[in-house]
Write a protein that binds this ligand. Structure first.
Ligand code: HEM
Ligand code: HEM
Length: 154
């Protein structure tokens, strides 16, 4: 199994722990569900890495079949993630206003800009797959993962 399964799970548990230590407002709930959808989509990378790794052909086929089954949901979970995060931001700004010097807000902003690009390149990739589009979607996915992690830590 790819180490990414464990990394993604660890990030989600870390987020749950952070959420449980503060006041669970509606803004946090939207952020948490948005994160869940993002991590669900990002796990596609873990599945792909597993398929490419050194495992038996039988298991590769099993994972490839599973991957094909969840593909139709991928585009909708990704798009829903963006909508949930927009609600998260709406409530955050409603409660606290936007503070440019707040690290949490700046890291969040970088994350949501990247998320928008991931969704746009995802749809471009869906309409017409080229090697370049595939690599851009994947690279932006890595950047998104990093920014989200920074947003959770700070
Ligand atoms: C992809 C984008 C985003 C994701 C996945 C996300 C996710 C989350 C999650 C899961 C939390 C709760 C855990 C914690 O407190 O660390 C949170 C908190 C927070 N987020 Fe975001 N967020 C995103 C974008 C943004 C943006 C753009 C802003 C700024 C407008 C923002 C502002 C905040 C603030 C201020 C908190 C702390 C709220 C509190 O402690 O009451 N987030 N976010
Ligand atoms: C949270 C947002 C998203 C994340 C984190 C994400 C991540 C990923 C990852 C990691 C892959 C596998 C990349 C590879 O190894 O080649 C992938 C594939 C793909 N993504 Fe996304 N994606 C997101 C949203 C979307 C959206 C909104 C669409 C819209 C159509 C989309 C369309 C696709 C397509 C068509 C593939 C190729 C599937 C395949 O060849 O089996 N993605 N995505």
């Amino acid at each position: 199994m790819s180490k990414w399964f464990f990394i993604n799970l660890a990030v989600f548990i870390f987020a749950l722990w952070k959420m449980s230590t503060g006041h669970l407002g509606v803004h946090i709930l939207f952020g948490g569900f948005g994160l869940l959808f993002i991590l669900y989509n990002w796990t596609r990378h873990a599945v792909f890495s597993t398929i490419r790794s050194n495992i038996s052909r039988k298991r590769k086929i099993k994972y490839a079949k599973l991957s094909k089954k969840v593909l139709p949901i991928h585009k909708w979970t990704g798009t829903t993630a963006l909508i949930l995060i927009l609600f998260h931001i709406f409530f955050v700004i409603h409660y606290f206003g936007f503070q440019v010097t707040n690290v949490k807000m700046v890291s969040g902003l970088l994350a949501v800009i990247t998320l928008s690009l991931v969704v746009i390149t995802g749809w471009m990739r869906f309409i017409k797959t080229t090697y370049k589009r595939r690599m851009i979607h994947l690279t932006l996915g890595f950047c998104l993962f990093t920014f989200v992690l920074l947003h959770l830590i700070f």
